[in-house]
Write a protein that binds this ligand. Structure first.
Ligand code: ADP
Ligand code: MG
Length: 244
């Protein structure tokens, strides 16, 4: 078993004539937590979406847990099962209770029977501190609770990697802490995580490595104490001055 969980080589992505990612090289180790920071429009979401091929790269290679997702012969649906993704908008099924939100994909995609899927769902609701909300409807929950349900739903698929795209950006400030707490706990459990975030305190405390992106490239990367605490590049300093 290799120590590398995500391997990205020469990844480029264009939308028409707009070059959004310009030859990204990135390796994420098993169990590593990498936070991606950078201004709006720098390509952070596109990078994340290329990791599970929600966006098809224009060029380059994306290998996750030894499977080359950019190889046309790869079973993409099969590979994606091992990659959990949590978005800014939680995208829960509004017409289904929480428990069913967590069991649908387990049953349809993984073929688990109802009892197994519900057992896994309850375990993961407990993991995010919501074991008492199994029967609630999404609309009855706060934004922070809904985002924790979305995390529990992703975890119920037993992912090897979790991708987070600004998971707290849509939340009222007082609800951010609970979601970050769950993410911190996942990091402590050894989950491999790639997290786009504007929460600099979280990045400082939880990330093993911080990447600063601008203009579709990685401008600077390293331990949070360096990239956030003592950035080398002028563009990083300018960005941090605006967000800190
Ligand atoms: P970030 O997440 O850092 O804000 P994005 O990856 O969302 O940046 O976007 C980077 C650039 O790519 C932006 O200029 C955005 O408008 C453009 N872009 C993103 N997705 C699409 C798309 N599906 N079609 C056209 N342009 C896109
Ligand atoms: Mg984005």
């Amino acid at each position: 078993m290799s120590d590398v969980m995500i391997e990205i080589n020469g990844l480029s992505k264009s939308f028409g004539s707009l070059e959004v990612l310009r030859g990204i090289d990135l390796e994420v180790e098993r169990g590593e937590v990498v936070c991606v920071i950078g201004p709006s429009g720098s390509g952070k979401s596109t990078l994340l979406r290329c990791v599970n091929l929600l966006e098809e790269p224009t060029a380059g290679k994306v290998v996750v847990d030894g499977t080359d997702l950019t190889d046309p012969d790869t079973d993409l649906d099969g590979a994606r099962r091992h990659i959990g993704m949590v978005f800014q908008q939680f995208n829960l099924f509004a017409h289904l209770p929480v428990l069913d939100n967590l069991t649908v994909a387990q049953r349809k995609v993984l073929g688990r029977d109802k009892a197994t899927a519900e057992k896994v769902a309850r375990e993961n609701l407990e993991r995010v501190g919501l074991s008492d909300k199994a029967d609630a409807m999404p609309a009855q929950l706060s934004g922070g609770q809904q985002q924790r349900v979305a995390i529990a739903r992703a975890l119920s698929m037993n992912p090897q990697v979790m991708l987070f795209d600004e998971p707290t950006s849509a939340l009222d400030p007082e609800l951010v802490g609970d979601v970050l707490g769950v993410m911190r706990q996942l990091a402590d459990e050894g989950m491999t995580m790639l997290v786009v975030t504007h929460e600099m305190q979280f990045a400082r405390e939880v990330a093993d490595r911080v990447l600063f992106m601008d203009g579709g490239g990685i401008v600077e990367q390293g331990p949070p104490a360096d990239v956030i605490g003592a950035p080398k590049e002028e563009r990083t300093r300018t960005f941090l001055a605006r967000v800190l």
